[in-house]
Design a protein around this ligand. Structure first.
Ligand code: ADP
Length: 375
């Protein structure tokens, strides 16, 4: 999202975030009005190819797994509907690709209201937020992805917006300045985060419902793959689905990505009719992608190889990130959860260590030999 550059608008609020806990800096209505068309993105934004073919579930019934989360969400939505209120603000936590965005969309579908999407990093300045909030209609859902990356100055404004449905700003400047509070339509904020611990305590406290998504079991991933295969109009054999599922790190996004690559392979192999993904195609696809039977990919192996050089010596996150040329955030949020879940890596106060199971897994797939990737 490109920001309009206007040097006149760069002053005070943008450059000097108010320290948390101190008086929030006021906002001016002129700026809010001129920015109102900026980061507001009424959904849908059908840019992903995935969305074009509609792999993303649009109602509760299509959403596989996460039974506890769905139950809590369902009760919250039904209770709010019975009271004719907007549901409480919701925080969705969990590693990438587990369905946080999907659940936000399903929620707005169920409510029959509009979903407005943005993300923490794109809310650079308070005015970005004011533009979005003042555009919300009654009952709308505001989805903020990577909500842990909302800057502190913007977070301050979110507090009153979430709690009191108001934003404070001033008319005029200097002695004639007059602070007024702009009231907002009732809305539900859905925040998604891969790093729950990075959210400040006061921010977390303003979400009435906190839902933690868990990695999916293999049979759930098989169900997701079968549904996706139907939508992609490809035949997926049960044993092929099992292979793709077990190598998908408990993550639907990864499973769908594997499926699409397997479909490509099947497509070029099939002379006529629907492409067919059988066991052979699935295994070949996994080998060509360098995904072993534990779901480990090249970056996982790089991390484990680094730790395996001196298995007794813990290595800090910073050092790992520098060595494998990846950001600390990505290593912690994307790669480590799977390595930890598999028991291949352990975290200590002094750094990360590879486990015996990790050394064995590395030995199996580390040479990238095709045979070692097959069972
Ligand atoms: P996140 O926001 O947590 O990163 P997404 O909601 O974007 O994850 O989900 C990634 C993709 O995985 C979606 O496009 C959707 O197709 C699929 N997906 C996620 N969760 C489920 C689920 N429970 N059932 C079916 N498909 C899912």
């Amino acid at each position: 999202m490109s920001d309009r550059e206007d040097p006149d608008e760069q002053e005070d609020l943008d450059e000097q975030p108010a320290p948390p806990g101190e008086g929030r800096r006021p906002w001016t209505p002129e700026q809010a009005a001129s920015d109102s068309d900026r980061p507001t993105q009424p959904e849908p934004t059908p840019t992903e190819r995935e969305q074009e073919v509609g792999l993303r579930p649009v109602q509760f019934g299509d959403f596989v797994g996460q039974a506890d989360v769905l139950h809590l969400l369902d009760v919250t939505l039904k209770a709010a509907a019975a009271r004719r209120e907007a549901p409480d603000h919701i925080l969705l936590c969990g590693p990438p690709g587990l369905g946080k965005t999907t659940l936000a969309r399903i929620t707005s579908n169920e409510l029959g209201t509009q979903l407005h999407s943005t993300s923490g990093p794109s809310l650079e300045r308070p005015r970005d937020l004011v533009g979005i909030l003042t555009n919300l209609s009654s009952g709308d859902v505001l989805f903020i992805d990577e909500v842990h990356r909302v800057p502190a100055a913007v977070e301050e404004y979110l507090y009153t917006a979430m709690e009191d449905l108001a934003i404070d700003f001033t008319f005029n400047e200097g002695p004639s300045a007059r602070a007024i509070s702009l009231s907002l339509e009732p809305f539900t904020l859905i925040g998604a985060t891969t790093r729950e611990g990075m959210l400040t305590a006061p921010f977390q406290a303003r979400f009435g419902l906190k839902l933690r998504l868990q990695p999916y079991a293999d049979d759930e991933l098989v169900a997701i793959l079968m549904r996706s295969a139907g939508l992609l109009q490809v035949d997926l054999a049960a044993e092929a689905a099992a292979i793709l599922a077990e190598r998908s790190r408990g993550t639907p996004r990864v499973a769908n990505r594997h499926l699409k690559r397997a479909r490509d392979l099947a497509q070029v192999r099939t002379r006529s009719g629907r492409p067919q993904i059988d066991l052979e195609v699935a295994l070949e696809c996994m080998v060509s992608l360098g995904v072993d039977r534990h779901g480990l990919e090249a970056m996982d192996r790089q991390i484990l190889s680094l730790l395996a050089r001196e298995p007794e010596r813990p290595i800090g996150l910073k050092t790992i990130a520098a060595a494998v040329a990846e950001s600390e955030d990505t290593i912690e949020g994307v790669y480590e959860p799977h390595l930890l879940r598999k028991g291949f890596l352990s975290k200590t106060a002094r750094g990360r260590l590879i486990t015996q199971a990790g050394l064995e897994a590395l030995g199996e797939g580390g040479d990238q030999g095709a045979a070692s990737l097959f069972r």
